[in-house]
Design a protein around this ligand. Structure first.
Ligand SMILES: Nc1ncnc2c1ncn2[C@@H]1O[C@H](COP(=O)(O)OP(=O)(O)O)[C@@H](O)[C@H]1O
Ligand SMILES: [Mg+2]
Length: 261
């Protein structure tokens, strides 16, 4: 039986981890792979706001698949192996590095709060990179390179030091530039983006987790008012059924465009 066939049977799966938007399953007899299943949940503000949105899992999983297949073909090392259903894909099993790697082309959102005086729309000719330690209890504090090094993060046998940070920064920039170009061809501007990395059993650093419409800001025609990403959900004063349907429509549109990548 192929890996995909084994992974498509629920009795061969064992829940390893569950987050806000997805579940990670171990696959019977496979130590190197996991199955990643998207959930229909939409969350914001560290899950203070949370809604179920039917169909979101399918769209998010497909967008991630499109993006990862594209990056994989370009030679970027990712954990993505293959999609096995509309909401599931098989990935290399990783121990996740608990850092969010953010690249920004245009200043907006939380950057403006951390950097008072900078006006929305300030353009970073060189990409601005930021790193945040994943720590829900402390609202994901920003960490400098020095803080990452000094914290001596051990991911299995791999210590995250200067070299590893430099590699992940290069990869973050590369991913951003590639996706920025892809979006530009769709007449949209990639404003910022968040990615995560994991370490395989062999100690290799791979782009992991997901890249979907919750991972970035995309402004069609470079116009913030036309934004299509999760910011629409964050910006809602009050979540209404119509509001959620608009979000779903936006996610569907973004997904459709990700097929062009
Ligand atoms: N290739 C992988 N191998 C193992 N775990 C993974 C892999 N990719 C992502 N994960 C983990 O999946 C879990 C669920 O993801 P998510 O729902 O985004 O959680 P969170 O709410 O913590 O962001 C996270 O703990 C994430 O680190
Ligand atoms: Mg997550």
């Amino acid at each position: 039986m192929s890996l995909a066939e084994i992974a498509s049977k629920q009795e061969n799966l064992e829940l390893l981890a569950e987050g806000k938007t997805k579940q990670i399953f171990g696959i019977k007899g496979e130590k190197d792979y996991v199955l990643i299943r998207s959930k229909d949940s939409l969350t914001a503000f560290n899950a203070e706001r949370k809604n179920e949105l039917e169909g979101k899992s399918r769209i998010a999983s497909k967008t991630t698949t499109n993006v990862f297949e594209y990056l994989q073909l370009l030679g970027l090392p990712t954990h993505f192996e293959q999609a096995v259903s509309e909401t599931e894909f098989i990935a290399r099993k990783c121990t996740m590095i608990p850092i969010e790697w953010v690249a920004r082309r245009v200043a907006t959102g939380s950057f403006l709060k951390r950097n008072p005086g900078v006006k929305e729309g300030f353009r970073f000719a060189d990409l601005k990179l930021e790193t945040f330690f994943k720590d829900d209890a402390n609202d994901d504090p920003q960490w400098s390179d020095e803080q990452i090094v000094s914290n001596g993060l051990m991911i299995d046998h791999l210590r995250i030091g200067r070299e590893e940070i430099s590699l992940m920064k290069k990869m973050t920039k590369m991913v951003f530039r590639v996706l920025e170009k892809a979006w530009a061809l769709e007449n949209s501007a990639l404003i910022d983006m968040k990615i995560e990395f994991g370490v395989t059993v062999e100690g290799e650093i791979l782009l992991a987790d997901v890249i979907d419409n919750d991972s970035w800001r995309v402004w069609p025609e470079n116009d913030r008012r036309l934004q299509l990403d999760k910011q629409v959900y964050r910006d809602m004063k009050e979540v209404t059924a119509e509001g959620l349907q608009l979000v779903l429509k936006n996610y569907t549109k973004v997904n459709r465009e990700s097929y062009a990548f």
